[in-house]
Write a protein that binds this ligand. Structure first.
Ligand code: NAD
Length: 332
């Protein structure tokens, strides 16, 4: 490519990186986004397309290689995640999802099964239990270092301080704010002349990352757990679907809407069903997560620096379409 063209691409990449970093700071660190997620996603997709064509122009500090945001609340102690808390790759159409299934299946001779789950619109949490007792809770942060929110999590009724078995396990999932609590909170804030939260996810994050745990208690947060570190060894399970059942048996809140599916047609039917059910839910979801069901296959597929290769998020189209600059094609 001619030098001047290359310079143009380089300048475009720098501009996209800078814009995305500014939005990510507002979103992850201040819990106060200034643009809709769809605008962020679309700009991010533009950058990943350029990154695929010109990988040599993408630095190690690119947003395409990082999870979440840096830490901003200096008074919340840091927690290291020896097993990083990752993000998820995403797709916006059934065709792209079908391609992902094909690519994933190509690594195996036997037909894979997938566990489909709702993508809960909250913030990721890690809960460490020792001998069945909740010892520590932490946020994802940048994936490797999160914030210690143990005192806050102890105020969330849905999260047990003690499991039904005296085992050591680190479970991960999502803390969310139910739709009704979100509406009530914003109404109250408006009355008090305070800024309102942009969405339930930012409200949940802002309510959890608090020095004053009374605030967390008042905000009525809830949780769903869907992952355990080294689940095969610590919990004796072989599939993602069994893991969810095991977490439920331990007394942890799990989402009941998962299904084990095989073909893209089955997955598409599940997605269509969830799109219809979505309005009735008392909490927000922003997509469907498709995970390879066999946990041994997770180990074989591994992760990139940012996402696991054994899972993908199918994102729903935005609810307020007019805020999207250009239309992205969604097919369900
Ligand atoms: P993400 O929210 O798209 O997906 C990854 C996360 O999904 C996981 O870390 C996990 O916490 C969560 N999740 C929910 N249900 C799950 C389930 N059943 N199984 C597994 N994981 C589940 O990725 P992200 O890196 O947290 O954030 C990217 C999102 O944040 C994008 O949607 C983007 O639009 C938004 N964002 C918006 C802005 C903005 O300015 N509006 C800025 C930055 C990021």
């Amino acid at each position: 490519m001619a030098d001047s063209n290359m310079e143009k691409v380089q300048a475009k990449i720098a501009q996209l990186e800078q814009q995305l970093k500014t939005w990510a700071r507002e979103y992850y660190e201040n819990d106060a986004p200034s643009v809709e997620d769809a605008v962020y996603d679309q700009t991010y997709a533009e950058l990943t397309q350029l990154a695929a064509t010109y990988p040599e122009l993408i630095g190690a500090d690119s947003v395409t290689k990082q999870v979440g945001g840096k830490l901003l609340k200096p008074d919340l102690p840091e927690v290291e995640h020896p097993v990083p808390m990752l993000s998820l790759g995403d797709v916006f159409s059934i065709e792209a999802l079908a391609d992902w299934l094909k690519q994933t299946q190509a690594n195996f001779d036997e037909q894979l099964a997938y566990n489909a789950e709702l993508k809960i619109d909250g913030l990721a949490i890690s809960l460490e239990y020792e001998a069945g007792q909740l010892k520590r809770a932490s946020t994802r942060g940048d994936g490797r270092t999160g914030e210690d929110v143990t005192a806050n999590v102890r105020e969330i009724k849905a999260i047990p301080r003690q499991l039904n078995e005296a085992i050591d396990v680190e479970v991960r999932g999502e803390i969310y704010m139910p739709k009704a609590s979100f509406v009530k909170l914003n109404e109250q804030r408006e009355k008090e002349g305070l800024t309102t939260f942009a969405n339930p996810r930012n409200a949940a994050a802002g309510s959890l990352r608090q020095l004053d745990v009374k605030i967390t208690k008042e905000r009525q947060l809830a949780a769903f757990l869907y992952h355990a570190v080294d689940a095969e060894r610590t919990l004796g399970v072989e599939t993602q679907a069994d893991l969810l059942q095991r977490l439920t048996a331990l007394g942890l809140p799990t989402n009941p809407s998962n299904a084990v599916l095989q073909t893209i047609d089955e997955i598409q039917a599940y997605i269509s069903e969830q799109v219809v059910q979505r309005e009735q839910l008392t909490y927000g979801i922003d997509g469907i997560v498709i995970k390879v069901n066999d946990l041994a296959a997770h180990d074989e597929l591994g992760n990139t620096v940012k996402v696991p290769r054994w899972a993908i998020a199918y994102k729903f189209p935005p609810e307020e379409a007019e805020t999207v600059v250009k239309a992205i094609e969604w097919t369900v």
